[in-house]
Design a protein around this ligand. Sequence first.
Ligand code: CMC
Length: 432
Amino acid sequence: MGKRRVKATICNEAGEVELAVLEGTMGPEALDIQQLYPDHGLLAFDPGFRSTASCKSAITFIDGEAGVLLYRGYPIEELAEKSNFIEVAHLLMLGELPSESEYEDFWGSIRRHSLLHEQVLRFYDGFRRDAHPMAIMVGVVGALSAFYHDAMDMFDGEHRLQAAIRLVAKMPTIAAASYTYSIGRPIRYPRNDLDYAPNFLQMLFGVPSEEYEVNPTLARAMDLILLLHADHEQNASTSTVRMAASSGANPFACIAAGIASLWGPAHGGANEAVLRMLMEIGKIEKISEVIARAKDKDDPFRLMGFGHRVYRNFDPRSRVLQKMAKEVLDHLGIDDPLLEVAVKLEEIAVHDEYFIERKLYPNVDFYSGILLRAMGLPMTMFTAIFALARTVGWVSHWLELQGDSHGIDRPRQLYVGKTLRHYPGKGKKQQR
Ligand code: CMC
């Protein structure tokens, strides 16, 4: 890394400066500007981080032009076909696919930590019945830091892994409880005889008065949804987690910060927004009206589930999800007119000059809403499920960050406020 150097001409007294070019194993090279301010008094300006690599990472790679997504080097399509969420969690968190015995150990320790402290369950009573599950999750996950703070030595690798495992293990219990609480059903305990996705389904849909039978197609679909959403390099929520963690903050508090960031409609909240949009469109005849609104510069409306900061060709996750959505709808015998609207909307948009020019294609959220709705989930749970899946990515980045010595993240700014001025008159203190 860093063998090549380029000369950059800077038009001020700094003159010509030499900057090292850093090479990763794949993807674009990066100019090392770390000494730009200390040596030359200049800041780099990149709001939105369009041209900024905020860290080095070995977890996930995206080639947005080619529509490639790799978890630790493995293509997402291969993992979707051959792996499962827990194996992928091992891969992302610990770097490699597990052997049989490693898998059993890893899954065993996740299973063992799926219960919530009974006192945590009492937090739920403090929320309004109609609270959004994401609001509950931000609160409950943050509150876990009160339970595991003193018992944690951040400098001990075992303790760190334990915290990461606890988060992955408890998140389905927290997410399912956020839902059942909001509809007035008793909160279900986890069942350790079930795999991760089936257990989540039984906590979501089971009732104490009946035996819950897991539908294997739905369990497979849920596992796939979790796997596809598990990580996505330095997106807003992951960067939020990394930044919160850079100060040495408690991991449960850092993940709560990630959940808050994910909630926004430009990020994880888009799956809910896509469904609302499709429901509003309702029928194929109304699609052209919506396309016209999305293209109108005076209208803030955007086609939800379209466009991505990194993917400029297609989002490989949306293709896998589209196939799974059709499979689940067929299996359940659901004829959802919204799927028809979605397919038509995609067809029209991808052939429209506006979307082609701007390289706007369906992203992961475009089909996930239809799939989750077919599985019986309410819209408000869509982003909560995204958060559950992404917890694996967040903790992987949190674990990776612990080995990174760059210290606290502290961006600078281009100050555009008032220049120095003085307080007028005698001031409040002297008047009294
Ligand atoms: N509909 C209509 N126009 C759009 C859209 C859209 N969905 N997305 C971008 N554009 C236009 C935008 O108006 C701009 O046009 P112009 O150059 O004429 O000003 C151009 O495309 C570039 O947009 P941008 O805002 O600079 O792009 P970005 O990389 O900052 O934004 C995005 C990426 C995902 C926030 C944006 O595409 C968007 O808001 N999409 C809808 C929300 C969505 O589906 N979000 C989920 C993202 S994937 C899951 C996740 O990461 O959480």
